[in-house]
Design a protein around this ligand. Structure first.
Ligand SMILES: [Zn+2]
Ligand SMILES: [Zn+2]
Ligand SMILES: [Zn+2]
Length: 693
């Protein structure tokens, strides 16, 4: 690793403040709803679910990277690894050929002299193996693609068994999730062999089962130390000059873009301490969708010793939008306070209704101080992702039961009930004195689902959203050497998320209710999808009207969770005890059930909040084609179906024939993809449905 490159790591510090706590992170995966106990953690990240077929000449890939990954997976399953060999380039085509070979291909160049710097007598594994895959680029219909022009799987050496193949250098990797843990232990003075043992114990693995070996840990620690300590003088200089460069980049940006804003603080030595910036398009996006803000603080640069905080919002299409970002020297309440004040200034004095963060005491204090009227919510993922690390070892076989109890707790609707039952459960599991239990309890206003239901979070607690935030962060953290490159990457990525045209695809009707068609013409496909789901489910509910005019709505099977609905006809106001509308801005199935029974053919206007309407889109959406084609389709089908019905009802034979053919037609249609390639706009699953899912 180049010592001058900027190394970002995912923060793993336990919110209790104790560095000895080990937090298992889900790493690259999206947050898992019920994290597996540490003991079940897999050591291999092989895509075992998919069979990797043998590559063949003529096989086509969209990109060369895709081909490399495919071949690499194939190699891994077959007991070898691969590396990139020659590539051939031309002026017109760029790189048009890439050769990938077996890791034992070629021979080592004989050294003229014994290497003095590296006196290790390294035995080369290269034995001239001729197994290979050559790729050639071609252009078909103006699009680039790559095909396999040569392939051989004949090796002149033995292939490895699975437990050996994972130790080949190409497959050994220290996951992001383990990096900070290793650095922390190393800082605390643990030698590398002890660190490896400790990680094995923490993860409940047999010796030698980690996805990396001692040598990798040693190299990793050495590289990081080199970056941070040995080059400290150099680094200090780099830090200073890079911070100044970043400031200059900001200054230049204000000349280009009058709406760009930035602020910074200096320490007592006149050195740049904290810096934050945001764009005009961010402030405009905030004006439309600033109700709910997610403040992500999951990465830190070890090169610059800076914490990265990014503010995100969610637009009416359910996509993450970039609102601003900050680099902080310290993780204290004071620096978070500065960050929040600056953010409010960037957003022209406006404050969000709700802010979602991870568990973090400094941040919590700062939010209480700077945003007293904003609801602080801890995204449930941040709680769930830590439970296994905190309790699975302590509780052992009781862990599953504990989680089930926690789930029940999460659904209690009153704080006094919650507190009472909490004490009861913690006594039952012997966790009364546990520091993490105390921590969770101290945040009880912010995470138990029932208790935060009355606060608006839009759909910012869905897995899809948290994944899109994570993807954005990863994108801006890749391959950069200094802060102003980082700055440029943020600029490009933020423009691309805030100014991208959203797909509007044809939305299928699922009920025959007029309220569905009406809603479809107002909402974005994303919001419509969520509401449509509620409409479909509303059909499973029974309604009982009470003498005072309010209604009870309950599921036809699950009798326990009954909802009370209060309906004020004069104002067309409906309120359901499930508080879904207050929580997400989407009317719940229970209210829909009541409104339909009251002969509503359109939902009242107020239940289409501006933030979910198509008309609020940041980039004008061209929905004309979609709507025209939709109504055309409907009309065409209606007329066809009507003639089909008339014609087929005249004889039994006709009817049977049509019935048979239509059934098979439906099967065939169902086998086709449900969305067009370009329109991958999926509905979110509502996380608040169940704690465990
Ligand atoms: Zn802890
Ligand atoms: Zn080979
Ligand atoms: Zn409801």
């Amino acid at each position: 690793m180049n010592p001058s490159s900027n190394i970002w790591i995912r923060r793993q510090q336990c919110p209790c403040g104790d560095w000895k706590c080990y937090i298992i992170s889900d790493g690259d995966d999206q947050p898992s709803v019920s994290p597996q106990p540490a003991k079940k953690e897999k050591t291999l990240s092989l895509p075992t679910s998919e069979a990797v077929f043998t590559p063949y000449v003529g096989q086509i890939f969209k990109t060369d990277d895709e081909a490399f990954e495919y071949y690499s997976n194939f190699a891994r399953k077959n007991g070898f690894s691969i590396r990139k060999a020659r590539s051939t380039e031309s002026q017109n085509l760029g790189v048009y050929r890439r050769d990938f070979v077996c890791h034992r291909s070629g021979f080592n160049q004989p050294r003229k002299k014994a290497n003095v710097e590296h006196p290790r007598d390294r035995k080369s594994v290269r034995c001239g193996c001729d197994a290979k895959l050559y790729l050639t680029k071609e252009i078909v219909n103006n699009a680039t693609q790559w095909y396999i022009s040569q392939f051989s799987n004949v090796h002149n050496h033995e292939l490895l068994e699975d437990d050996q193949v994972r130790l080949l250098p190409a497959y050994r990797k220290i996951q992001e999730a383990d990096q900070e843990r290793i650095l922390l232990l190393s800082k605390a003075g643990f030698p590398v062999n002890r660190i490896v043992k400790l990680l094995e114990i923490e993860k409940g693995l047999q010796p030698g089962q980690l996805p990396f070996i001692e040598k990798d840990v040693r190299n990793f620690v050495r590289t990081c130390k080199k970056t941070v300590q040995e080059n400290d003088a150099l680094l200090n200089e780099k830090r200073e000059s890079d911070a100044i460069e970043l400031l200059e980049a900001c200054k230049r940006m204000t000349e280009k873009d009058a709406d760009f804003v930035y602020e910074y603080t200096k320490d007592e030595n006149e050195k740049v301490e904290n810096i934050a910036w945001s764009y005009g398009h961010s402030a405009r996006a905030f004006a439309a969708f600033g109700d709910v803000v997610t403040f992500d603080t999951s990465y830190r640069s070890i090169t610059y010793g800076l914490l990265l905080g990014i503010w995100f919002g969610m637009d009416n299409h359910g996509k993450a939008i970039f609102l601003g970002c900050v680099l902080l020297q310290e993780e204290s309440a004071n620096s978070y306070s500065w960050a929040l004040q600056t953010f409010v200034r960037f957003m022209r004095g406006r404050r969000p209704q709700t802010i979602l963060t991870d568990l973090e005491s400094g941040l919590r204090d700062a939010i209480a101080r700077e945003l007293p009227n904003t609801k602080h919510v801890i995204s449930i993922w941040h709680v769930q992702s830590k439970l296994a690390s905190w309790f699975s070892t302590t509780l052992g076989s009781q862990y599953a039961e504990f989680k089930a109890e926690l789930d029940t707790l999460c659904h209690l609707e009153r704080m006094d009930e919650f507190e009472l039952k909490w004490n009861h459960v913690m006594t039952q599991f012997g966790l009364v004195a546990d520091k993490h239990i105390a921590l969770l309890f101290s945040y009880r206003d912010s995470w138990p689902l029932s208790l935060i239901r009355g606060y608006f979070v839009a759909q910012a607690m869905t897995a899809e959203y948290s994944k899109s935030v994570d993807t954005f962060v990863k994108e801006i953290l890749t391959s950069q050497t200094c802060l102003h490159v980082f700055f440029e990457q943020v600029g490009v990525a933020s423009r691309s998320v805030n100014q991208a045209a959203r797909n509007v695809q044809y939305m299928h009707m699922k009920t025959c209710m007029p309220i569905e068609e009406h809603a479809q013409s107002i909402l974005t496909p994303y919001a419509f999808n969520v509401l449509q789901n509620e409409m479909v489910l509303s059909l499973q509910y029974a309604m009982t009207e009470m003498p005072n005019g309010s209604c009870l709505v309950r599921h036809h099977k699950k009798l326990d969770r009954e909802c009370l609905i209060i309906w004020t006809p004069e104002d067309e106001l409906i309120h359901c005890s499930c508080k879904e509308f207050e929580h997400s801005g989407i009317l719940c199935r229970h209210s829909i059930r009541v409104l339909v029974a009251k002969n509503f053919f359109r939902l009242p206007e107020r239940y289409f909040p501006l933030r979910w309407r198509l008309e609020s889109s940041l980039v004008p959406v061209d929905d004309h084609n979609v709507l025209t084609s939709r109504s055309d389709c409907v009309r065409a089908f209606h007329s066809l179906a009507a003639s089909l019905l008339t014609e087929s009802l005249t004889s039994k034979e006709r009817f049977n024939y049509v019935n048979r053919e239509l059934s098979s037609l439906i099967d065939r249609v169902r086998d086709m993809p449900a969305v067009d390639d370009s329109a991958a706009n999926t509905a979110p699953s509502n996380v608040s449905e169940s704690f465990q899912c």
